[in-house]
Design a protein around this ligand. Structure first.
Ligand SMILES: NC(=O)c1ccc[n+]([C@@H]2O[C@H](COP(=O)([O-])OP(=O)(O)OC[C@H]3O[C@@H](n4cnc5c(N)ncnc54)[C@H](O)[C@@H]3O)[C@@H](O)[C@H]2O)c1
Length: 541
């Protein structure tokens, strides 16, 4: 018996109460609604009273437990959303105390209540949703009621972040009924994933996780089983939509359709059109015999020139926040990959005073890097022979550290992966290295020759590890462009020939004048806005 189990047993024998705490978005009224539902779901009695307008106290009694819940409404601290909290926005501090009856453990039911509260009471409030919409003005401008959406159903697989919420709200505004939206999370540990999931369910969408590891073939047994269940649900959704006379559009961040019937596979029911958002997904799809039109957003002008700058910025900010105790200026880093993302990472690090060495397998990429003034090397080991870096970044999309590299890695180096495969040697621990989790930071792996390295985050895209990634304004144009392409697909998918359409997105975005709108909205802001802000300040004085 572990010390923890012994303590739990002693508490049960002495009938000592146990407790949990939780911080839940919204006022205590939301807690009350969620507790009423919890009581109904588990068949226990429920009574609640307000001690004051801010303090709720509730009792839940079942055959095996007695719970007291205290919830205090306090001003929101802004941690639950990307926006500044509205003046009257509230969140609730909750303490749940459980007394065991008949010597039974209450630990499980306490955990259940916390999970239930996070699921049922954590959806974004109407104020939060308004802020998301307002912070994506281009998407707001373009997403107007449009009959083209009326005959479609949408499967949207991406990260569970606020700009994904903004995107699906835009589809709703266009006329897509909530029951015809199936949202799938790629499985990254984004900061507000629970809130996003709760919001989708509350709005009437279907929502589940379809982990990217299943798509890229690195999933373990249980993840694959879960994916099979979700896959069956998604297939049922596609069949239902077709029976209702709707066509099905997939917007995917990672090549989901490469596994389906639309590409000659056996996985997914045939869909009617797709928009692919990632380079790796595009690669997967191009290896198949695709039988439906797929529009490429991954290599669109919009993604390359506008979205990638924001992605790189979010990657760099995440590294800085996780390594806030480290000196950066003057130190050496190795940047694996000098492609669309990696070049921006290397430049960003250099701009903050880091001496970045670029490694790439493509000689042209090395030439570009060298001619921009970077030190370069053809391989990781060659780069490590010169001087030990404190940081290695990965933006290749390939296994960038191999077992042969292990003996060259310097002790204590931090590994920041922005593509899942780069440091998969560690995240999948294929070499069985002794490992130690470091809370909130990552995992330390002991190297075969002694010393250790620290993989930041969970080895997946670090900018999305317990973080939101890109600010809503930063992805506004990209989401607006995706919306424009999706609307065009709803109008014309039946006329588009099967296959990957590389240029279509650029044309649609140009025709809609999105770059002009972007420039006017974010770059050429006129002085009337500034006067607005100044006069607001003056009112307060
Ligand atoms: N974290 C995020 O939010 C995010 C966003 C966009 C892209 N990505 C991922 O980043 C990866 C790179 O995307 P990109 O658009 O820059 O692709 P890219 O093709 O433009 O760049 C990849 C670069 O890596 C180089 N490379 C390939 N294998 C290598 C190896 N073993 N060692 C060193 N260099 C190698 C290539 O030659 C190329 O220059 C992809 O996997 C993509 O999915 C992540």
């Amino acid at each position: 018996m572990t010390p923890g189990q012994a303590l739990t047993q002693t508490r049960q024998e002495l009938r000592l109460p146990s407790f949990r705490t939780a911080m839940v978005a919204g006022s205590s009224e939301r807690i009350q609604r969620a507790l009423t539902e919890f009581a109904a779901a588990c068949g226990c009695t429920y009574a609640c009273r307000y001690q004051s307008r801010e303090l709720l106290e509730a009792e839940l009694s079942g055959a095996e437990f007695q719970l007291t819940v205290q919830a205090r409404s306090i001003p929101a601290d802004g941690s639950g959303t990307l926006a500044l909290p509205a003046e009257d926005a509230m969140q609730s501090e909750v303490v749940i105390t459980g007394t065991p009856l008949d010597g039974r453990s209450v630990e499980g039911v306490l955990d259940d209540v916390v999970k239930f509260l996070h699921r049922e009471a954590s959806a974004y409030t109407e104020d939060d949703l308004d802020q998301i919409v307002e912070n994506m003005p281009l998407l707001k401008r373009y997403a107007q009621p449009d009959a083209a959406w009326n005959s479609w159903a949408l499967i949207f697989r991406d990260h569970y972040v606020e700009n994904s919420v903004g995107f699906l709200l835009a589809c709703e505004r266009a006329g897509l009924a909530p029951e015809w939206i199936y949202a799938l999370s790629k499985g990254d540990r984004t900061a507000h994933r629970e809130r996003v999931h709760a919001t989708f369910l509350e709005r009437g969408y279907r929502s589940a996780v379809l982990d990217n590891s299943v798509i890229d073939g690195t999933a373990g047994e249980s993840m694959q089983q879960q994916a099979l269940l979700v896959g069956a649900e998604v297939n049922a959704f596609i069949r239902l939509a077709h029976q209702a006379g709707r066509r099905v559009l997939v917007i995917d961040d990672g090549g989901l359709i490469a596994q389906g019937r639309a590409t000659g596979g056996t996985g997914w029911e045939r869909i009617d059109g797709a928009i692919e958002l990632t380079v790796s997904g595009l690669r997967r799809i191009s290896r198949t015999n695709v039988e439906v039109p797929v529009v490429n957003m991954a290599r669109s002008q919009l993604k390359t020139h506008i979205a990638y700058a924001e992605i790189a910025d979010s990657c760099l900010r995440r590294v800085r926040s996780l390594l806030h105790g480290q000196k950066f200026i003057g130190r050496r880093a190795v940047c694996l990959g000098f492609g669309t993302l990696g070049a921006r990472i290397a430049r960003g690090l250099r701009a903050s005073g880091v001496r970045a060495v670029v490694v790439d397998t493509d000689p042209l990429a090395l030439i570009r890097a060298a001619e921009e003034g970077f030190e370069t090397a053809r391989g990781l080991r060659a780069a490590l022979e010169r001087e030990a870096p404190f940081l290695i970044t990965g933006s290749t999309g390939a296994q960038a550290v191999t077992p042969e590299d292990l003996t060259s890695l310097p002790n204590g180096v931090f590994l920041a992966g922005f593509a899942t495969k780069d440091f998969s040697l560690f995240s999948l621990n294929t070499e069985d290295l002794p490992a130690r989790k470091i809370a909130e930071t990552g995992t330390e792996y002991v190297l075969p020759h002694g010393g250790s390295v620290i993989l930041l985050g969970d080895g997946r895209s670090l900018n999305l590890y317990e973080a939101e990634g890109i600010p809503n304004q930063g992805y506004d144009a990209y989401r607006a462009g995706t919306y424009l392409v999706a609307t065009a697909m709803c109008r014309t998918a039946k006329d588009l020939p099967p296959g990957v359409h590389l240029q279509a997105a650029d044309q649609i975005i140009e025709d809609a004048g999105l770059f002009d709108a972007y420039y006017d909205t974010y770059i050429a802001t006129d002085t009337t806005d500034r006067c607005g802000v100044m006069s607001l300040g003056a009112d307060y004085v």
